[in-house]
Unconditional design. Structure first.
Length: 394
């Protein structure tokens, strides 16, 4: 008697990236090549869709369509920030059983890793044979046990280009509009804001100040740094993380978040507005503030080729891991030994990754001084790719 192969389910979760769909393409393509699954399904908007019985059969989607999806931003299946609750578990397992799902691939960050581990544990308790493999994803680059995360290189490229462009604009405008403060994503860590430094070639280049969650912002020092750059160069640019804080908490004295998601993450009005007002009042000069929002993770012109390639590679590695009997794990990206950059994949246990945050380490950041070290730029360059070089007449 021939046993029918089990079906697979794919879920995309958390904030979107420029390469989230490349990982989806990698899973689907590797699954087709392996021929080890029956049907491959996708959960529409992750847990939300699965709980409502909304899934889509991906097995027969044309390859030409997949190749376009692979280079599209967003999440082709629809994403979610829905947290798995104990009451959800029997419903989820029932949905999986109805679809004969034996493999679940989750593309997401540290909250998704927590979800994957919980599903693996609960399935085992219930006697349901389920292989769970996560694929890493986050522009925040804050997953532990991996060198870097798919999505980060492209978002970092956008941030670097945006800082370079803001510097050129502020320098050109001079006294009319000489100071700009840009606010970028990065809920708990400064990996993304720090990427703004990659486009600096000389001292006068933007950004002149970078504020990260790892280092409390001293407001007086911040204004002094902006004033020093403005006095010396005739313009100044700062890049700040969305959750940059002072020693007393949220910048601007805001105590209550305007929103808290299912995972308990608070959202505040960003610091750029507050800091721009502070600088304008102290220096009596016009100060712009900019908050790119989701464009920094969806602007396809800023997509890093290496990021796209590695995201697909991570998806393919997840399928191979599942075929080799691994479960309750997440794919990791690792740098191969040697002077030339080469990325290979590995695996890490989900319970060691879920709910944990990797802040910038001491070899990359002097937290006391708030200064980035050269080692960080060496780490980042291969992930972002070549940046343009601007020129000045004098």
């Amino acid at each position: 008697m021939t046993t029918r192969p089990k079906n697979a389910l794919i879920m995309q979760s958390g904030g979107c990236t420029n390469v989230l769909n490349s990982s989806l393409f990698g899973i689907v393509s590797e699954a087709a090549d392996a021929g080890a699954f029956g049907r491959v399904h996708g959960a529409s908007h992750g847990l939300e869709g699965l709980l409502e019985g909304k899934t889509v059969d991906l097995t027969d989607v044309p390859q030409a369509t997949w190749r376009r999806i692979a280079r599209s931003p967003g999440a082709a299946l629809g994403s979610t920030r829905r947290k798995l609750t104990p009451d959800d578990v029997p419903i989820v397992l029932g949905r999986l059983a109805a679809l004969s799902i034996g493999y679940w691939f989750i593309i997401g960050g540290n909250d998704s890793a927590e979800t994957g581990h919980t599903l693996s544990v609960e399935a085992t308790k219930a006697g349901y044979d389920l292989t769970v493999v996560n694929v890493p994803k986050t522009i925040d680059n804050d997953l532990v046990m991996t060198d870097h995360c798919p999505g980060y290189g492209s978002a970092a490229r956008f941030v670097a280009l945006a800082a370079m462009g803001a510097g050129a604009d502020a320098e050109a405008m001079g006294a009319a509009s000489p100071i700009t403060i840009q606010e970028v994503m990065g809920r708990d860590t400064g990996w993304l804001a720090a990427a703004a430094a990659l486009g600096r070639r000389e001292e006068r280049d933007a950004p002149h100040v970078i504020c990260l969650p790892e280092t409390p912002v001293d407001e007086d020092r911040f204004v002094a740094q902006i004033e020093a750059a403005y006095t010396r160069f005739g313009f100044a640019v700062a890049v700040v993380s969305e959750n940059a804080r002072s020693a007393n908490g949220v910048l601007g004295g805001q105590c209550e978040p305007w929103f808290v998601d299912d995972f308990g993450h608070p959202y505040y009005d960003g610091p750029a507005h507050y800091l721009s007002g502070l600088v304008s009042k102290r220096l009596s000069v016009r100060t712009r503030y900019e908050k790119p929002g989701t464009i920094q993770r969806s602007f396809v012109a800023a997509a890093s080729r290496r990021d796209l390639t590695e995201a697909e590679m991570a998806g393919r590695a997840a399928v191979r891991a599942a075929m080799n009997g691994h479960t309750d794990v997440i794919v990791t990206l690792e740098r191969a030994p040697g002077s030339a950059y080469e990325c290979i994949t590995g695996l890490a246990p989900l319970d060691a990754v879920g709910g944990k945050v990797r802040t910038m380490p001491s070899e990359f950041l002097d937290a006391a001084a708030g200064e980035l070290k050269p080692a960080f730029l060496r780490y980042l360059r291969p992930l972002v790719g070549r940046l343009p070089r601007f020129a000045r007449l004098g």
